[in-house]
Design a protein around this ligand. Sequence first.
Ligand SMILES: Nc1ncnc2c1ncn2[C@@H]1O[C@H](COP(=O)(O)OP(=O)(O)OP(=O)(O)O)[C@@H](O)[C@H]1O
Length: 444
Amino acid sequence: MSSDIAIKVESIGKCYHIYDRPRDRLMQMILGRKRQYFREFWALRNVDFEVRKGETLAIIGKNGSGKSTLLQMICSILNPTCGTIKVNGRVAALLELGAGFNPEFTGRENVYMAAALYGLTKEDVDQRFSAIATFADIGEHIEQPVKTYSSGMYVRLAFAVIAHVDADILVVDEALAVGDAVFTQKCMRFIRSFQQKGTLLFVSHDTAAVQNLCEKALWLANGQVKGFGSSKEVSEAYLQNSLQEVYGEQINLSSVTKKSSIEADAQVTTNGREISRGFVDYDAKLKIVNNLSDANGWKSGSAEIIDVRVSNLSEDGREVFEGGELIRLNIRARAYTDLDRPIIGFTVKDRLGQDLFGENTLPFTAYNKKSVKSGEEFEGSFCFQLPMLPNGQYALLAAVANGDLHEHVQHHWLHDAAIISVSSSKVRWGLVGIKFESVKLSVI
Ligand SMILES: Nc1ncnc2c1ncn2[C@@H]1O[C@H](COP(=O)(O)OP(=O)(O)OP(=O)(O)O)[C@@H](O)[C@H]1O
């Protein structure tokens, strides 16, 4: 295996034998050579992929799709039925199934045992123990048997261990969700700093987190690879598929796939001119360009977004705006069937797919319900103060749905209905900026 590959998975499969009745298992043991008493169930089949050193790969898929099975095989907890997995480096894992702590032993004893499994000597752990205990932050409980721990305390200790074993490859699944917000933030900080040097496998159902954290994604469905590639594209396809499953056969979401706009590597086309990312030939801060003709997404055929327009309140036709300026965003749609509770909404996302802000018409129409007939056009109009954003590109997701808060169908969903390019911004860190009245340094 080439030295820059961290994990190489080739044609792996995992087959379980399912016995319908307990006695079948016994019969199999006794008469197994003559007859088969079980059914085969392939939890994973024909899975192939590789992860380069330093890459971050998300593994997504619905419950039972094979994610844990795959991770357990990468961590050598399970053996594949067929195929091979090669791993280059020390793997540390925080899996839902637990860190393998012995419930009868104290937290301290378990730290020593778990770290030893990762190849650390007692002296190594002596040196790191106080850092591990500080990270876990479970106080005196570290001297208590692990069986007395809450699930959050258990995860805190497990994560503290894997954060201190000099792993080359970190595997983290939804177990993290058990921790409270403060601890999750601490883990995320660790994961982000780990990403600078190590390889990360991250399992999540949260597609925004996946896009935020991972460059690539592997989508498993019924134990097989349904998608592998950029986390943005794979998680968007997964999201569409998940919605389609919720909607069933009555609504058919077809893909709207155009050339990628926000991810276009070097160039952005605006009004026929080409401008390089990071340098634009105008002075203003935010340029918002309609991208409807190139937008990706899906539609059911019952309604369609036909226009996305941004203007300042004096409607002077500008495309370029200042952070903090009041603007109006109009999203116009056409119905192809009668819609009794139409909703129009938008979200602005950064290039990692992270939601920055957004709104929809639903809360504002609760006491003034509108309906539209097939063939009619309708429009959502949002007047708001533009935030200040760091330099870069942002996508405005526009969507039209029908229903209410609890039950609605997304009829047209465009990930990048408009592209916002920000240049010469003074925002240097954070996701959004605010206008400072004044900043001073005084010597008192
Ligand atoms: N020991 C086992 N015997 C039989 N079937 C099993 C066994 N372990 C897992 N499975 C089955 O394998 C499939 C994949 O399970 P797995 O736990 O890998 O899914 P998952 O994607 O991690 O699900 P989740 O998101 O719910 O954690 C499931 O259908 C599960 O029922």
